[in-house]
Design a protein around this ligand. Sequence first.
Ligand code: NAP
Length: 495
Amino acid sequence: MTTLTADTLASRLSEPRLLRHQSYINGAWVEGPRSLVINNPATGEDIAHLADVGAEGARSAVEAAQTAFERWKKVSPYERGKILMRWHDLILAHADDLATILTAEMGKTYREARGEIVYGAAFIEWSAEEAKRIHGETLTPPFPGSRGWTTRAPIGVVACITPWNFPNAMITRKCAPALAAGCTMVIKPAPETPLSALALAELAEEAGVPKGVFNIVCGDAQEIGPVLTGAPEVRMIGFTGSTPVGKLLMRQAADGVKRVALELGGNAPFIIMDDADVDTAAAGIVASKFRVSGQTCVSANRIIAQPGIYDDLLAALKTKVDALKVGDGFAGDTDLGPLIHTQAVERVDGLVRRAVDGGARIVSGGHSLVDELGGAFYAPTLIEGGTPEMDLACFEIFGPVASVYKMDSEAEILRFANDTPYGLAAYLYTRDIGRVHRMTEGLDYGMIGVNAPMVGSAATPFGGVKESGIGREGGKWGVEEFTELKYVLLGGVDT
Ligand code: NAP
């Protein structure tokens, strides 16, 4: 893998082909009346000015997607699969450039960014292969002389709104299965990270995705959102982001009875039982908690350890947390990049300060590094002694702060773990198979990693319960989300 330095960034970003500054609508690069400024959170520097196409751009993208849908749904699934596979191959061939753009606009380390490109491409590969396997069943209706069958039809135009923390993969995880199923897309990326989305559009065009099938509209969410949720042509809203915005979009979509697929926030418990291997668990916690500087929806938010291993675990965690290197994501030895912006640093610091005021103890870190490093940096932090009532335990931290709680019985741990409106990911470390069954059955979560700190893959269902979302992305479940089940009854067969 190429290791980049900050010095090489300017020349890499001047590579003109993948770095687009316009929206992509109906196969054309479109200017807008206003501009968005894209900022590198590691340095605070502006890296791009981008056209904001607003409500008008969103309306033309929806019209283009509706026109394209009539043709795209009739393209053979084999052909759709081939086009998607070409897109996948082009993405991997340009992985270095895509990772450069991603790190520059979002801040995650270049290693993480490159990992995201490969992860994102895997959804395209999986969906490309699945396109030819989207089929129905034959049924046995109760009427004499009749036959029945089902088909899976593409739902239609899908509007997707995506967040900044995975600017590539949150798009491919939706678009790949949708395009495989025969849907067309209008995507509104996060205003912090549109460049990764536009680079994907450039490669989609090169792969042969026809005009109007894949549209990217950049601009103000307050203008674009209502157009997407209100347009009758849009049959589904796919959203990844915060729970409050997910609820708002669901309310807006209700008027048109549109399908919604929502991947929302989390508050993951990471449970370590007395019988677990402490070093393995500590390594798992660091991998889950500090990936993307803690800015993932599946990040360990409440680390719950039983008394028998608590002290050893805290010591092992302190050693690992103190060794983490914070810095510009382009520096080869960086473990943690910046947060998305300085407001995020202030929010995370506020959670830590309130926890300390409430009696929690900082074991490592616990302070901003904005002044020291000149970007939106926060020190990797380890805290113990918090209580379940603290904001630190009730809200998504979305920053590099590991908070450890000591709890004894399985019942007490389960009560705390489930005492949240969220239900996305949970983690359990134990070597007792009985416990694995009891605890996984008791945890109200959509995904549970047992002795595993990461759960997502292109082949498996990703999604949450309760206020963490509706629907699943990934695997055959992710493809089914973009289809309508159609039933046909044929009478008078045995005349
Ligand atoms: P966010 O504030 O909800 O924003 C997500 C997207 O929604 C952005 O593109 C945003 O654009 C847009 N948006 C906001 N208000 C809108 C409105 N009224 N109408 C239409 N669009 C609107 O979330 P975020 O801060 O970017 O991302 C962090 C959140 O995402 C966390 O809660 C995290 O857990 C969650 N997340 C979940 C998953 C998952 O798979 N479950 C994965 C990744 C992230 P503007 O910024 O322009 O408003």
